[in-house]
Structures are given as C-alpha cells and as structure tokens.
Ligand binder design. Structure first.
Ligand SMILES: Nc1nc2c(ncn2[C@@H]2O[C@H](COP(=O)(O)OP(=O)(O)OP(=O)(O)O)[C@@H](O)[C@H]2O)c(=O)[nH]1
Ligand SMILES: [Mg+2]
Length: 579
C-alpha cells in the first residue's frame, strides 16, 4: 500500500504568500507600499480563515476565561533551621562553654484577603506553595535567620477548608484579613540551650521542627449585598450594566452570562455603594442541576437580599416567578428564606406596559409582600428608584449571615499537637516489635539527631515523660524489643538510659576525660583535636561548628534566599528554654 508522506514542500504553497506581486498595485511611495503589502497580507489571511492581529479573538481580556471559584492548593510551612553544636574556644581554655545557636523558624503560609480580586484564578497556576526554611544556627551563640513567610492573595468571600477532612478553617471576608494555613517549624535549639550544671559540655542539639503541610480546598463565595435571580434572558445583566460601571455580556439568548459579575451601584445617591451580583439564569429543573445557575447559587448565599427579576415579555411571567422560587426552595432552603425584592422588567415594551398593573398585582399576591416594582433595564426607567429603595431595604436587614464557624485550627505545627495523642501498635505475628504513631511523638523523633548519643538519651527521657515508656512496659515490652517511630527505630530499654551509644563514641568520651585529667598521650591528642564530625573533638583557637546535616544542606539553604530579600520577623516567636 502506498503511503503519502506529507513533505514540508507539499505544504509550502499553502503558506506562501507572494508579496512581490505588486504588479496590480499602483507605483507609490514606500510607506504606502508597506501599507498596501500589509493590507494584502491581511486580505489573504482572512480569505484563508487565518487569525490576524485584527481578527484574532481577544481571549486574554475575556473575564469569563479567568473566573475560577474553586481551587485546591498544597501549602507547606518552611522547616525550622537546625540547632548547632559548638563550643567556645579560647587560648588557655581548651574546653569552653557551649555556644551553639538556635535554628531560625521556618516561614509560614498565609492567605490574605485582597478586595482587588474577585476570582481564585491565581491559585490555579500555583498549586504548591512553600514558605522558606529557617537557617541553621551558628556558633558564637548566633541564631539562624528566620525563613520568609508567603502571602497568598485571595478575594473577599474565600472559604478555606482542609481538603482531607473538609473542615472549615475560616473565611476571609474583609480586605486585609489574614489566615495562617501552614505554620513554619520552630528552629531546633543549639547546644547552648542544653547547658545544665550537670552537663556543662552538651554534645547535642535539635533538628528544626518540620513545617506543617496540607492540602486545602479553597472556595469563593462572592460577597455582595444584592444577588440577582431570574430566568435566562430576564435582563439581569442589562440591569447590572444600567446600575453600575460593570459591563457584563448582554445578548438576546439564554445563558449569556456564564460566570458571576459584580458591580458597585454608582447611580443615584440613594443607591450608591450597593454591591450587586449578577449570576447565570435559573431554569426549570435547576435544583436537579439543569442549566448553569445552580453552580453559582452559592455566590448569592452571602447576599442580604435577592433581587428577583421577572421578564414581562415572557409568555408566562408569573409562572416563571413561581418556577424560580420552587427551584430555589428545593435546591437551597436557606436561600429561599432570604428576603426578595421582585422586579418586573421590560415595561418599555408596549405589550408589557399594557399588562403592567395586572402583573404587578399578581406578583404581589404570589410573593406575599409588597416589595414589587416595575422597571425597564434597557431604558433605565425606574432603575434609580429601584436602587434607592434596595439600599434602604438592605440597610434594614439584620446581619444574620455569619461567616462559617471555624472547625479546624490550621495554625498548628509539629509540637502544637497534643502530646497525649499517640497510639502504640503491635502485631502478634511480630512479637517484640512496637510502632508508636502520633503527630507529637513523630515530630520529637524528627527533631532528634540520632547520631548524637546525648540526643538519643534525651529522646528516651521524653518517651518516659510522655508516659510512652510506661505504657510500653505495661503492654509487655521487654528490654531489647524494637520500637519504631516513623522511619526511626531503637531498642526498648525500660530505664531508657544510655540508648545506643556506639562503643567508639564511648571510648572517645573516655579519652577526652583522660585528656582533661592530663593523662593523655600523643596518640590520643591527635584524635582529640579532629573535628567532631570526623570523630574527634574541637579545634584549639576557633569555634568548631558541627552542623547537623552534611555540607550539602548548607549550600541548599543558601540558595533559598535571594540577595536583598528582607526577612519577616515575628514578635511572638517563642524562645525555648532548656529544661
Ligand atoms: N426591551 C427590553 N429589552 C431588554 C430589557 N432588559 C434586557 N433586555 C434584553 O433582553 C435580552 C437579555 O438580556 P440579558 O441582560 O443578557 O439577560 P440575562 O438575564 O442576563 O440573561 P442570562 O445571562 O442569559 O441569564 C437582551 O437582548 C437585552 O437587550 C428591557 O428592559 N427592555
Ligand atoms: Mg446575563
């Protein structure tokens, strides 16, 4: 079978535009000639249905493409910097006091309410949001710098939930409202913090606490005073355009509006400042999801008053009115309870004008109140009057619409979790093995530097203090059993003392003691002055820094900060004290 291979040459004639063919054009000045060429180019392109500068659709400016009212984002607070192990070294004082500084706190992630926004579109482009790490502590008692916070701007009316539990964490309603959604980790304490009369040369420090990490479901409920309701084509967008500077799309077909439009009333002094929200029209079956409207109904949940627009030129205006109210009741009884103002539209049309009085009376009867008015959104007849009355009515409404009650506090990180909240899991088919899970204990394990015997011993004391050691014993744990916390494991020891001190370190310790007592020999000396990370101790005349991580970590941290960045310091940053 013969296959046709499309070569570029084959497609060439299609694309080729003969610009040299100016024979049909009059011989004119260069500038004109240029213009003529452009005109011809455009003509050719248009004939072929190609997009040109002038006929290209203006997608960029189309608000409808930029409107998003839901988003999912993953936020992570920066990890705290690690504490540092270092000792003061001075001539004549070979073993000075500990002076390792504390790691800086990691930056946090905040959502901040910005009234200049009315869509969650920016969050769609940025799914993972990370705050900056705190820097590691340094010698000379210097604490590491704090990591920078990250602020995410969201529009008023943004409701934040934890995705996993769907619990509400809060709502950002007013400009400047701030919600902490992922706290940065605390910095680990340096060895200076572990100085006690009994231990004057603590060789331990903490790793930084990890920042909180979670997925969030973010949802926008526009905040407006008046929400428009009505069938498609009733003239809702026309009314919004008549009363405000908003310029929504208006056309004589249903579902012209496909996203909510907000406008601030700027006609008549009485109505000025009223925030109006125009949403897509509702149709029969909306409660079951028909049409576009239902998805947008939550945007009018925050409104104090609903403006129910009835198209006077419809075949059955009263039927329309009833349909909408029925659908509303079925879809969301809370919305159906909201006070309505009923407006008969299109009274500029003579046939409508004729029926105006009857329709108004019928609407009053069906609505069971007298807040019924006729207007023409197209000619703006009575629109000023309507806005003035609307504003008065809105002002008279009580502030019953409270923001959702927060059900979960996202301000917690690592050690803010309840220390009693742990679980000991054992499997009879694996005797002698125990797994401990719980946010608090897992964080403590993460903050322990397992290479430092003293740090491991301290972890043991913490297990004891939390009652976990006791609990293990009660459940039958024996000395030498395997205990696991996350990826860390160690041997159970009912006293939880001297956990896992490797033999070589113990020997080194002895040599140090011997040296301090003046009993060292040449060989020991050499070992003693090697850096701690290489198995030795400290240098003579300078601070010996022992970073917890290998040197890669330091370089990585440096990259996290750009020159000239200013760091945000928190006033309430607690300082840990040694126990
Ligand atoms: N004669 C007359 N026509 C009107 C009036 N108000 C709106 N219209 C026309 O009705 C048609 C629909 O108007 P829209 O404002 O787009 O209606 P809508 O309620 O926003 O419709 P959807 O967005 O589809 O829900 C347009 O052709 C408007 O010009 C009015 O007061 N008088
Ligand atoms: Mg519309």
């Amino acid at each position: 079978m013969a296959t046709t291979i499309r070569t570029s040459r084959q497609s060439l004639p299609l694309l080729h535009v003969s610009l040299d063919d100016t024979s049909t054009m009059p011989d004119v000045f260069d500038a004109d000639r240029e213009e003529a060429i452009q005109a011809k180019k455009q003509l050719l392109a248009e004939q072929r249905g190609m997009a040109t500068k002038s006929n290209r659709p203006q997608i960029r400016d189309d608000q409808e493409w930029k409107f998003f009212d839901t988003a999912r984002i993953h936020v992570s607070g920066g990890d705290g910097g690690n504490g540092c192990v270092s000792f003061r070294r001075e001539k004549g004082e070979p073993r000075g006091g500990p002076n390792g500084g504390r790691g800086g706190r990691g930056g946090s992630v905040f959502l901040v309410c910005d009234e200049g926004l009315n869509t969650l579109a920016p969050l769609r482009n940025r799914v993972h949001v990370r705050a900056y790490k705190g820097r590691n502590g340094l010698g000379h008692g210097k604490d590491g710098q704090k990591g920078r916070h990250i602020m995410i701007s969201v529009p008023p009316g943004t409701v934040v939930r934890e995705l996993h539990t769907q619990k509400v964490a809060g709502e950002l309603r007013n400009h400047g409202d701030k919600l902490l959604v992922a706290r940065g980790g605390r910095g680990g304490r340096g060895n200076a913090a572990f100085l006690t009369p009994r231990n004057t040369a603590p060789k331990l420090a903490e790793r930084g606490e990890s920042g909180a990490k979670r997925w969030l479901a973010v949802e926008l409920r526009l905040v407006a005073d008046v929400g428009f309701l009505g069938k498609p084509n009733a003239g809702k967008s026309t009314l919004l355009a008549a009363a405000s500077a908003a310029r929504p799309k208006i056309a004589n077909y249903p579902f012209t509006t496909i996203v909510p439009n907000l406008g601030v009333c700027d006609i008549s002094d009485e109505g000025a400042g009223l925030i109006l929200c125009d949403i897509p029209g509702l149709i029969e079956g909306a409660a079951e999801g028909a049409g576009l409207g239902p998805a947008f109904l939550r945007h009018v949940q925050r409104c104090k008053v609903l403006l129910h627009l009835v198209d006077g030129s419809s075949e059955d205006p009263i039927g329309d009115f009833e349909t909408i109210n029925r659908e509303l009741k079925e879809y969301d009884p809370f919305l159906a309870e909201k006070p309505q103002v009923v407006v008969l539209n299109k009274v500029d049309i003579p046939e409508v004008k004729e029926k105006e009085e009857d329709l108004i009376n019928a609407l009053k009867e069906k609505a069971n109140h007298s807040r019924v008015l006729s207007i023409s959104a197209a000619t703006t007849e009575n629109v000023k009057e309507l806005m003035g009355r609307l504003k008065k009515f809105v002002m008279s409404q009580p502030d019953t619409d409270l923001p959702p009650i927060p059900e979960i506090n996202l301000a917690k990180a690592g050690l803010d979790f309840d220390s009693d909240d742990y679980e000991i899991i054992s499997d009879p088919s694996y005797p002698g093995q125990w797994r401990i899970s719980g946010e608090y204990i897992e964080n403590i394990a993460k903050m322990t530097h397992w290479e430092y015997p003293e740090a491991v011993a301290r972890f043991g004391r913490q297990l004891e203090a939390l009652g976990i050691a006791k609990e293990l014993e009660l459940r039958g744990a024996m000395d030498g059993d395997l205990v696991m916390v996350n990826e860390y494991d160690f041997e159970f020891n009912s006293r939880m003392t001297n956990l896992y001190i490797p033999q070589e370190l113990l020997e080194k310790e002895k040599r140090m003691e011997a040296k301090a007592n003046g009993k060292s020999d040449e060989d020991d000396d050499e070992i003693a002055w090697r850096p701690f990370s290489q198995g030795g101790f400290l240098d003579v005349d300078s601070d010996e820094l022992v970073g917890f991580m290998d040197s890669d970590e330091w370089e990585l941290l440096d990259d996290d900060f750009e020159d000239g960045d200013d760091f945000v310091f928190e006033d309430d940053d607690e300082v840990w004290t040694s126990q």
